[in-house]
Ligand binder design. Sequence first.
Ligand code: 13P
Ligand code: SF4
Length: 307
Amino acid sequence: MKELIEKINKLKQEKNAVILAHCYQNAEIDEVADFVGDSLYLSQMAAKTNASMILFAGVYFMAQTAKILCPDKKVLLPNKMAGCEMADMINLQQLREFKHKYPNIPVVCYINSTAEVKSECDICCTSSNAINIVDSLKAGKVLFLPDKNLGRWVETHLNGTQVITYDGYCPIHHNITVEDVLKTKKENPGVKLLAHPECKEEISSLADFVGSTTGIMNFVKNSPEKKFIIATEKGVVDRLKRDYPQKDFVIIKDNLICESMKLNTLEDIYHSLNNETYEIKVDKDISQKALKCIERMLDVSKTGAAK
Ligand code: 13P
Ligand code: SF4
């Protein structure tokens, strides 16, 4: 593995490439990554990198977002099969039908969506800024897609804004049941439950803290507690165990693994950089429209207000 890491680092230098890795990736990928984090952080890093090439160790919509933000750079996804089941739950046709059913309402799309979908939405969000983004619109009603769970959670944090959700969800987080929570809480009395807002509303309402991948990691970092129950993808728990060996982490159920995220391996990253595959391309017109939706989000994340 050490040899492979050295070969990747050498290629990175030769090609002036930067590697962005999501926290759900296999943890050894952090050894070659320049930036590791949640969806918001990685899109911010993509937007400001000076590198000529971006390798996105994540899933397709993430690499596509990087390409939209940096149309003149080469953007690579190491494994072309790495998609997001939630992003695939809504296509352009379904978005148009949803908008037709609820006309003249601002449309917020989760970053876990395709470029085509983003191109016909007003503003994008991630799990770490979703409440601020919806709030910044100062609208009585918003359409929110594809994640109904994130949309519901946002609504509970806003004063009266009605969030009309599309029927999409992340199969990994959506699978967590109240029984899983109650059983794990019973086995670990008094231990705080930290959950991702892609979980169902009834899970979020039982949690002591709800936040994005980075939010959960920061909560652990800043908490004096020594043990936590974690309700999100296993990659987060792997990194928490690695970074806080003196603390204890209980994952709420065993199979919380996004198989797509785990497709990327160090070997794939080496081949991807070496052969410059799989290059992400986005239609120019779609890209320009989707860019507005993403840039509007990045602006709000900087200033707190939508323009
Ligand atoms: P965050 O990176 O915003 O926590 O989202 C989690 C996720 O499911 C990414 O696909
Ligand atoms: Fe998509 Fe869920 Fe996997 Fe994230 S964890 S990439 S939302 S399927």
